[in-house]
Write a protein that binds this ligand. Structure first.
Ligand code: 5AD
Ligand code: FES
Length: 340
């Protein structure tokens, strides 16, 4: 089945289900994924400096620790100057992509995001700017793009309508999520989508729908990581997702989308100490260390026990360099655009 997947870049639904549901460890899946990744990206690993610039959020996704109704959280916002100063530190550490991520926070009106993005692009013209700030209007997306934003991350979270409704309150819909993704593509962004592995109520059939949706969307980036319980959310009693299934999905995605940018996520490093290293060996080729100021990091708590919340940017960069090397790859100083 692995051979077939590598050759055809797809499988039938029932073959995919078998591959995802097996309990048997099959190294050939990971070997094939690593072979494909090496044939395109060699042993290079791209880094993205993640700047979590606001933990205010007007939404209330049931799984997420920064949901608006979580009143146990201290809220913060970074100013234009704070953000530029994170970029300065990041640039010196070799980052050539900055990812501005935040909750859906209406404090940052279109003009403010416009100014932040164009400020970064003016100071660091050789860098890519990625936005990850949720569902906005076509007009907003267009304005950010004109300001110079290159990429946009918006995970679809689950491609099954019923499942989507179990993870989100009524005012959110998969339909709108998909429309945002199509708008972003149309405007010309390099788009990243993705989903959580092992989110509450998730079944294999949902994962297959996620994969089919990604085949339709053809994103440049796919972000997946295990769902991890957060103690102050409605899902506080739900189980976290598994390392094994996340790794298997990473490998399957590498084989289906040979050129895609695939991060070994912080969530993966949180459920297992060497989770990101294992992710790289399973086909991932991107890591996204934190560039946010240390004094706010703990407050960007999407899930419990998030790693790297105590380290300065330079420490995190150095630690990650060692970890990537230990897995047999190396970090490169580059914007890290998708190949092809
Ligand atoms: N566990 C794992 N991932 C989460 N995210 C949000 N909450 C959690 C959680 N509890 C992910 C979502 C979102 C991304 C920024 O973080 O998929 O798109
Ligand atoms: Fe952040 Fe190790 S990667 S401290």
């Amino acid at each position: 089945m692995v051979k077939k997947l590598e050759a055809d870049k797809t499988l039938s639904d029932s073959e995919l289900a078998d591959l995802l549901e097996t309990d048997i460890y099959d190294s050939s899946l990971f070997e094939a994924a690593d072979r494909v990744r090496r044939s395109i990206y060699g042993t290079d690993v791209y880094i993205r400096g993640l700047i979590e610039f606001t933990n205010y959020c007007k939404n209330n996704c049931y799984y997420c620790g920064i949901r608006g109704k979580n009143n146990k959280l201290n809220r913060y916002r970074l100013s234009h100057d704070d953000i530029l100063s994170c970029c300065k530190t990041g640039y010196e550490l070799g980052f050539r992509t900055f990812v501005l991520q935040g909750g859906e926070d209406d404090h940052y009106k279109e003009e403010i995001i416009y100014k932040i993005v164009s400020g970064i692009k003016t100071n660091y013209p050789d860098c890519a700017v990625t936005l990850s700030i949720g569902e906005k209007t076509y007009k907003n997306y267009k304005a950010y793009f004109e300001a110079g934003a290159d990429r946009y991350l918006l995970r679809h979270e689950t491609a099954d309508d019923e499942h989507y409704k179990k993870l989100h309150p009524e005012n959110m819909s998969l339909e709108n999520r998909k429309e945002c993704l199509h708008n972003l593509k149309e405007i010309g962004y390099q788009v990243g989508s993705g989903f959580m592995v092992g989110s509450p109520f998730q079944k294999t059939e949902h994962l297959i729908k996620d994969i089919r949706f990604l085949q339709e969307l053809e994103p440049e980036m796919i972000g997946i990581g295990p769902y991890i319980t957060h103690k102050d959310t409605p899902f506080k009693n739900e189980k976290s997702g598994s390392l094994e299934l996340t790794l298997r999905l990473l490998a399957v995605l590498r084989l289906m989308f040979p050129y895609v940018l695939l991060p070994a996520t912080t969530a993966l490093g949180t459920i297992t100490p060497d989770g990101r290293e294992l992710g790289l060996k399973a086909g991932a080729n991107v890591v996204m260390p934190n560039l946010s100021p240390v004094n706010v990091r703990k407050q960007y708590s999407l899930y419990d026990n998030k790693i790297c919340t105590g380290e300065e940017a330079a420490e995190c960069r150095a630690c990650l360099g060692r970890r990537v090397n230990s897995a047999g790859y190396q970090i490169v100083v580059s914007r890290g655009d998708v190949k092809k």
